[in-house]
Design a protein around this ligand. Structure first.
Ligand SMILES: NC(=O)C1=CN([C@@H]2O[C@H](COP(=O)(O)OP(=O)(O)OC[C@H]3O[C@@H](n4cnc5c(N)ncnc54)[C@H](OP(=O)(O)O)[C@@H]3O)[C@@H](O)[C@H]2O)C=CC1
Ligand SMILES: CCCCCCCCCCCCCCCC(=O)[C@@H](N)CO
Length: 279
């Protein structure tokens, strides 16, 4: 009893309440921690999965295809130029783990204009390699100039490839993913899709659009065990980047350079790692 009173004196009533609140809070945090594996998605194994990469014939997309194949995936690459597709296919195939089971398929289609053409290409890929488990939207294009120097049609072109192209490919895979309750979708934005940058009036806007789309769609498809990730890379040393360098205003170059220049295989690894285990 004496000890009881001593304790009561040592902890006045207010601090007793604080201690209880603290205990409840700590208990809550521990509980969330223990439940988190049940709440967050389980990592998707790429081994044996079908990964479809738009823009898979060059740069970041090709590096994603290589990395996916290294992890045991069956891969479809989509782009327009057939020569570059076949060249990339050969290169990607060299990284296969199991040549009997894995396949690399290439399909030539322009993703930016006609949804039914994209739908047909995806159907073809699914017939050959099975339902798409992961879609990586890498096809994209950039344009950097001062606002008045950008032809008005270029604004449409940027939206068509970077935004509508992503919508088309995503729309073509979503129903099957919902039906199977399995899927990952990657959108490739840019650091210029987080902040509007000098010279990127057309490009930045098209990359900002992707974020609104990703957030809205994620809310719709979470109950179907489908997870979207969006990536915002800095300058990355790809054929697309080399072309961009030839016409970029110097202001754009100077600002972009402050974020450094990354290698496509590093960016690709990060993209896949995030997609495999989002959150
Ligand atoms: N490199 C960089 O600095 C950064 C790039 N990004 C983004 O990453 C993505 C990839 O860029 P990067 O690897 O540099 O680009 P590349 O130009 O090297 O490759 C682009 C790929 O997309 C394909 N593609 C382009 N237009 C279309 C189309 N209309 N239909 C189908 N395929 C198309 C190209 O093939 P084909 O021409 O034969 O169709 C090619 O395979 C882009 O979305 C880009 O905006 C983001 C941040 C930085
Ligand atoms: C106070 C504000 C200071 C702002 C400084 C921030 C610097 C950010 C650098 C952004 C780099 C953008 C790279 C775009 C890459 C890209 O998408 C193209 N290369 C595509 O080909």
């Amino acid at each position: 009893m004496t000890r009881f009173y001593a304790t009561m004196q040592f902890f006045p009533i207010e601090s007793g309440a604080v201690m209880i609140a603290l205990a409840v809070f700590v208990g809550f945090v521990i509980m969330i921690f223990m439940l988190s594996p049940l709440i967050s998605p389980r990592p998707m194994k790429l081994n044996g999965s079908h990964v479809l990469v738009t823009g898979g014939s060059s740069g970041i997309g090709k590096a994603v295809a290589v990395e996916a194949v290294k992890q045991g995936a069956l891969v479809t690459i989509i782009a327009r130029n057939e020569q570059r597709l076949l060249q990339a296919k050969k290169e990607i195939e060299q990284h296969m783990r199991d040549k009997d089971r894995q396949k690399v398929l290439c399909i030539s289609v322009d993703i930016s204009k006609d949804f039914s053409a994209v739908e047909k290409a995806v159907q073809q890929a699914q017939e050959k390699l099975g339902p798409v488990d992961m879609l990586v939207n890498c096809a994209g294009t950039s344009f950097a100039s001062r606002f008045e120097d950008i032809p008005v049609d270029e604004f449409k072109q940027q939206m068509e490839v970077n935004y509508y192209g992503t919508i088309h490919a995503t729309r073509a895979v979503i129903s099957t993913m919902k039906y199977r309750r399995r899927g990952r979708i990657v959108l490739v934005s840019s650091q210029a899709g987080q902040i509007g940058l000098y010279g990127f009036t057309a490009y930045s806007a098209s990359k900002f659009a992707l974020r609104g789309f990703a957030e809205a769609l994620q809310m719709e498809v979470k109950p179907y065990n489908i997870y979207l990730t969006i990536t915002f890379p800095p300058d990355t040393d790809t054929p697309g980047f080399q072309t961009e360098q030839t016409f970029k205003p110097k202001e754009t170059k100077l600002i972009s350079e402050t974020a450094g220049l990354y290698q496509p295989d590093y960016v690709a690894k990060r993209i896949l790692q995030d997609a495999i285990q989002p959150g």
